[in-house]
Design a protein around this ligand. Structure first.
Ligand code: HEM
Ligand code: HEM
Length: 238
């Protein structure tokens, strides 16, 4: 099966930078998180906590910026086209092109179906997983700031600690959330690379890759792009 072309319009630069920041923060948070959970190196706990809090604040601000940018930056809604740009937030919402595709996608993931449904840039389960991230990040921040001595007494965090029944429960939820992130990252990295490295080369280095080109109006394949000029256009715009 030929692959769709991978174009920069699918992943504008601000999102690529944002994704890099997510990756670096995640590595630091998970490493320092494990160091705190298993305090095998008591002499460096101060610096470990410092790095954890610093990367947590950067990670949280980065998530807020990502959500806000998705309302103003325009990106391609489909793979294999530089056209049909729209507000990026639409990539994460249900759309007509994905209707009734959730279960076919799950069947594909479970190896019951050979081909996955064709629709928007992200499949239905992928949209759900990405849309769940801001909620998970918010919960991590709530539990994290409720544990941090500097902010633990703030009304919101103190209320949250009471709601969960004390700091030990907050700590457990914070730890469980880390495992949810770890599972997300494993699945995400696996699925992002099963068709080859072109999606990751785009996401990290903005390197384009040739392949099938589609008309974003009809979603029909209109040619094969080897990235030489001129760009392939739908028949009515040639
Ligand atoms: C987003 C804002 C976050 C803040 C403000 C924050 C803050 C904190 C603080 C203050 C602690 C120390 C708790 C203690 O001394 O008992 C802690 C522990 C920890 N954090 Fe975070 N954190 C955040 C996000 C994350 C994320 C995203 C992860 C992992 C993906 C993570 C993983 C951990 C782990 C594993 C621990 C050790 C928990 C334990 O003792 O079992 N944190 N965090
Ligand atoms: C080595 C680690 C990672 C790899 C190889 C990777 C790879 C990718 C790829 C290839 C895409 C584009 C998917 C597509 O176009 O279909 C993507 C998108 C995305 N990734 Fe990752 N990723 C990694 C780590 C992370 C981490 C740590 C997070 C967040 C905690 C994350 C969150 C996202 C999100 C939200 C998107 C949607 C696009 C966007 O926000 O601009 N990724 N990733």
């Amino acid at each position: 099966m030929s692959r769709r072309a991978t174009y920069r319009e699918a992943h504008p630069l601000p999102f690529v930078i944002n994704h890099w920041i997510n990756l670096v923060c995640m590595i630091l948070l998970i490493f320092t998180g494990f160091c705190m959970h298993y305090p095998l190196l008591p002499y460096v706990m101060g610096i470990v906590r410092g790095i954890h809090i610093f990367s947590a604040i950067v990670f949280f601000i980065n998530a807020v910026v990502r959500v806000l940018l998705s309302f103003v930056v325009r990106s391609a809604q489909y793979e294999g086209t530089r056209e049909g740009l729209d507000r990026d937030i639409k990539n994460f919402l249900p759309s007509k092109a994905n209707r009734h595709q959730f279960w076919p996608w799950i069947k594909y993931y479970l190896f019951i179906k050979k081909e996955h449904p064709k629709g928007t840039k992200y499949g239905s389960p992928q949209k759900l997983a990405y849309a769940a991230l801001p909620i998970l990040i918010l919960l991590s921040a709530l539990t994290g700031f409720a544990l941090w001595s500097v902010t633990a007494d703030y009304a919101l965090f103190a209320w949250f600690t009471d709601l969960l029944g004390g700091p030990m429960n907050v700590r457990m939820l914070h730890y469980v959330l880390m495992w949810i992130f770890i599972i997300f990252i494993f699945v995400h990295v696996y699925l992002a690379n099963i068709y080859g490295s072109s999606a990751s080369k785009m996401m990290f280095f903005r390197k384009e890759h040739g392949g099938e080109v589609i008309d974003p109006e009809t979603l029909e394949v209109i040619g094969e792009d080897d990235l030489s000029e001129p760009p392939i256009l739908p028949p009515d715009r040639r």
